[in-house]
Design a protein around this ligand. Structure first.
Ligand code: DAH
Length: 335
């Protein structure tokens, strides 16, 4: 007769010695596995004399579930010991991942965008690689026109296919035309984006810049609307006491054209170009220029950022020097 009580005692004793997952696993193999001790007892039941079979069979089956419970309990005990004990101190503070901040140009661009959004403007973007036609011709700057010299252009290499010429947009103004192709007045939109033109002749110019273009078209808009809108914008950005002046300027796609300057530390500083949208551009868009009028403007984000943060050399913005960029951590969460 098999002594099930002695077998259980032995199994429990060796289970108590299993101190980790590997120990538990080999105990399982020894006792409950296919060739385990208890398994062979169960298998041997059929060879026993008929009168012993029922008692031993029932007892061995009961022992099997008892041992299965015991091993689960032992496993939980070991797990609890691991998380309670000194081996893993979950109270140790975590390591804080280093946090960056937004780039100063992004901070400034978003602040400018928000100001226009508050005035009811939509915000859209356009392609950096542009067709010559949109960047120049349809803005009334045909090939050979001296106004093209205002933009020292970076052309995309001709692939020889005879297709239209492409360039890196020299300004965001081509989006005026693209937007007019798709939308009907009333139009009130700004277009932020990167532009490319070689101007790196002093510390405030580079070969690229970020611009914000604006276009407003509706019935009965006058130069007074242009002045009111842009002065409101400048006051929001530079403070309520900022002094402004408009002076005549020339851009082929507006008539009349102007520049807006602000008085900054005693000097007049140009912050944007603007004007009333040229009637030919309105007519080219399929609109009646006697009914629809509007104004447009374009400004550099870098210029505003330099004034706002007191940065004297534009190249700091593109150098990716973390000692410079870290200065803007203080503005984290403000954009
Ligand atoms: N596109 C001009 C530039 O890059 C800026 C400009 C001037 C935009 C007058 C306008 C405008 O929309 O009306 O120099």
């Amino acid at each position: 007769m098999v002594d099930l009580a002695a077998l259980e005692a032995e199994a429990r004793e060796s289970l108590a010695e299993a101190g980790d997952e590997a120990g538990l696993e080999s105990w399982r193999i020894d006792w409950l596995g296919r060739r385990g001790r208890l398994t062979s007892v169960l298998r041997g039941v059929r060879d026993l004399p008929a009168d012993e079979r029922p008692a031993v069979g029932a007892g061995a089956n009961r022992l099997k579930s008892v041992l299965e419970e015991a091993v689960t309990a032992r496993q939980l005990e070991l797990l609890a010991a691991v998380s309670d004990g000194p081996a893993l101190d979950v109270s140790l503070p975590g390591r804080r991942p280093p946090l960056g901040s937004l780039h100063p140009i992004t901070l400034t661009r978003r602040m400018m965008e928000r100001t226009f959004r508050d005035m009811g403007f939509d915000v859209v973007e356009g392609p950096d690689v542009e067709l010559e036609e949109y960047n120049f011709d349809r803005l009334r700057i045909p090939a050979g026109h001296p106004a093209r010299d205002m933009w020292d252009t970076i052309w995309v290499a001709d692939d020889g296919s005879g297709g239209p010429r492409q360039l890196l947009r020299t300004h965001t103004s081509p989006m005026q035309i693209r937007y007019l192709e798709r939308r009907q007045p009333p139009i009130r939109v700004i277009v932020p984006g990167t532009c490319y033109r070689y101007e790196a002749t002093d510390a405030t110019h580079e070969w690229m810049l970020t611009q914000i273009e604006g276009l407003v078209i509706d019935e009965d808009l006058s130069f007074a609307h242009l002045k009111g809108t842009l002065e409101a914008f400048v006051r929001r950005v530079f403070g309520p006491d900022i002094e402004t002046r408009f002076r005549c300027d020339y851009f082929p796609f507006v008539e009349p054209g102007a520049e807006l300057g602000v008085r900054w530390q005693g000097d007049w500083l140009e912050v944007l170009g603007c004007g009333m949208v040229h009637p030919e551009i309105i007519a080219d868009a399929g609109l009646d220029p006697d009914r629809f009028t509007g104004f447009a403007f374009g400004m550099g984000v870098e210029r505003v950022a330099m004034l706002r943060y007191g940065v004297r050399d534009i190249r700091h913005f593109y150098r990716n020097d973390v000692r410079f960029l870290r200065e803007f951590d203080q503005f984290r969460g403000t954009a």
